[in-house]
Write a protein that binds this ligand. Structure first.
Ligand code: UDP
Ligand code: MG
Length: 151
């Protein structure tokens, strides 16, 4: 089985402070994704401006950078079938008020500016984000449960 699509999922500072890291990891594990990289890091504003470069110029950009730099985040790479789109579906909508219950944001957040978790929005951006957050590379390994998750 070689399902190689990867996504970058990041628990934001509010998710770390509120103790939701374990639940978010657990949801991706239980869904059948393979944990491929994981780190806790207090990112600099420069690094975050790079991560969110597409949003530079938006009115909420300065507040977003301040929020994201306000404490450590947990960055992760998850690998599996349709990882990017499925990861976004598990997150819910950008505005938590529009997120269905059962999604991460729909279960834990109310405000768009404190929405707990990030997920890549395209395969191309996922690969860019993985390079940015894990320049040292990720661990290659086989998860022996794959035969129970994939046909
Ligand atoms: N954001 C915000 N106000 C807005 C839109 C976005 O504070 O009106 C923040 C929010 O934390 C969001 C992040 O900026 O998660 C990145 O925005 P994007 O549109 O990429 O949403 P996402 O991909 O995170 O769902
Ligand atoms: Mg985005």
């Amino acid at each position: 089985m070689s399902v190689q699509e990867r996504t970058y999922i990041m628990v934001k500072p509010d998710g770390v402070q509120r103790g939701i890291v374990g639940d978010i990891i657990s949801r991706f594990e239980k869904r059948g994704f393979k944990l491929t990289a994981l780190k806790l890091v207090h990112a600099t504003p420069e690094h975050l401006e790079n991560h969110y470069a597409d949003l530079k110029g938006k009115p909420f950009f300065p507040g977003l950078i301040k929020y994201m730099a306000s404490g450590p985040v947990v960055g992760m790479v998850w690998t599996g079938l349709d990882a990017v789109k499925t990861g976004r579906a598990m997150l819910g909508a950008t505005n938590p008020l529009a997120s269905a219950p059962g999604t991460i944001r729909g279960d834990y957040a109310l405000a768009v500016g404190r929405n707990i978790c990030h997920g890549s929005d395209s395969v191309e951006n996922a690969e860019k984000e993985i390079k940015l957050w894990f320049p040292e590379g990720v661990v290659q390994y086989t998860n022996d449960n794959e035969k129970w998750i994939f046909e």
